[in-house]
Write a protein that binds this ligand. Structure first.
Ligand SMILES: NC(=O)c1ccc[n+]([C@@H]2O[C@H](COP(=O)([O-])OP(=O)(O)OC[C@H]3O[C@@H](n4cnc5c(N)ncnc54)[C@H](O)[C@@H]3O)[C@@H](O)[C@H]2O)c1
Length: 301
């Protein structure tokens, strides 16, 4: 199997390709620019096998070209909450039109399904069951979910969109919720760092998200699904305290408001039925792996 991973230079792209490459699956990465550094750090023996194709996800022809010779697609290319807020029109071109380009290209190439990144940003701050986005980013992601249903109804293209909460792990260094990962990096480097949000949220370890995409890729799927990956609910204070036990002397604190995303999500039996047994790394174990990664990186410098 040869899988196109859009947004392959990004954080989740590297974690997902690491898993696919370990299974012997060929990966083609698509992005504005080829940036293999994180993948090289996560999967040093296999990163060089990835074929890179560059282009703009908002350009139909670029996406169609990227998909040539591939028999599956994991669509992650996109811009995050602050960039959508700063330029909503460009945000829609990349996050919404880009997703439609992927579905159209998949249809033209005869692919049976598309896996893509939605977000818990589809929910408002108070309700994790009924989508009611409060940001352009969340609004575009919700529109993608609706269009995914239309591609199933109109053309029989099945899909799974995952809506992760705050994903953390090595390489998560941009976006409004990069705080836990940057805190781990600061702790490993013995630097001071203030996490830019407070309160409680769901923390999802990057490799658990990668495992969800891997499981969806390997399974026959019917219909258009969107699943929340809530991870472990924890307070920012717990994250800081946990980092302090992993890296005694760490100088991490937090300031600002809680993230404007719901914190309680109904149990999703449909996810368990379709993709049983997905891993759920504890916050303690995930933070430890993240601090360890940055310690090794520091030692290698
Ligand atoms: N990281 C999280 O906590 C999180 C949570 C929920 C959903 N998501 C979604 O997962 C996906 C991947 O997120 P990530 O954390 O890896 O983000 P990231 O910013 O690290 O990666 C996104 C990649 O998309 C690329 N990209 C942006 N505009 C592009 C364009 N016009 N054409 C081609 N490529 C373009 C970027 O260059 C980048 O490499 C995104 O769609 C994001 O909305 C992420």
């Amino acid at each position: 199997m040869r899988v196109l991973v859009t947004g392959g230079s990004g954080f989740l792209g590297a974690w997902i390709m690491r898993r696919l490459l370990a299974r012997g699956i060929d990966c083609v990465a698509f992005d504005l620019r080829a940036k293999p550094h994180l993948l090289e750090a996560l999967a040093p023996e296999r990163a060089a096998t990835v074929q890179w194709r560059t282009g703009d996800i908002a350009q139909r022809a670029d996406v169609a070209r990227a998909l040539e010779g591939c028999d599956a697609v994991i669509h992650l290319a996109g811009i995050l909450t602050p960039d959508c807020a700063a330029n909503p029109v460009r945000g829609a071109q990349i996050n919404l039109i880009g997703t439609l380009n992927v579905f159209d290209a998949a249809r033209a190439a005869g692919l049976a399904r598309v896996l893509y990144a939605s977000s818990a940003g589809v929910f408002g701050p108070d309700d994790g069951a009924t989508p009611h986005p409060q940001t352009h980013y969340g609004a575009f992601k919700l529109a993608c979910e609706g269009s995914a249903r239309a591609y199933w109804n109109d053309h029989g293209i099945a899909s799974v969109g995952f809506r992760p909460l705050v994903v953390y792990g090595a390489g998560r260094e941009t976006g409004s919720s990069a705080g836990p990962s940057l805190a781990c990096r600061a702790a490993a480097r013995n630097e001071r760092y203030t996490m830019p949000f407070t309160g409680s949220t769901g923390f999802v370890f990057a490799d658990d998200v990668a495992a969800a995409y891997e499981a969806a890729l390997l399974r026959d799927i019917e219909g258009a699904h969107a699943f929340t990956l809530a991870g472990e609910l924890a307070s920012v204070k717990t994250v800081i305290d946990t980092i302090a036990t992993i890296a005694p002397g760490a100088r991490i604190d937090a300031a600002g408001s809680p993230l404007p995303i719901a914190t309680a999500f109904p149990h999703d039996s449909a996810l368990e039925r379709l993709l049983p047994g997905l891993p759920r790394t504890s916050v303690e174990a995930g933070l430890r792996q993240t601090v360890d990664f940055y310690r090794c990186e520091r030692e290698a410098e």
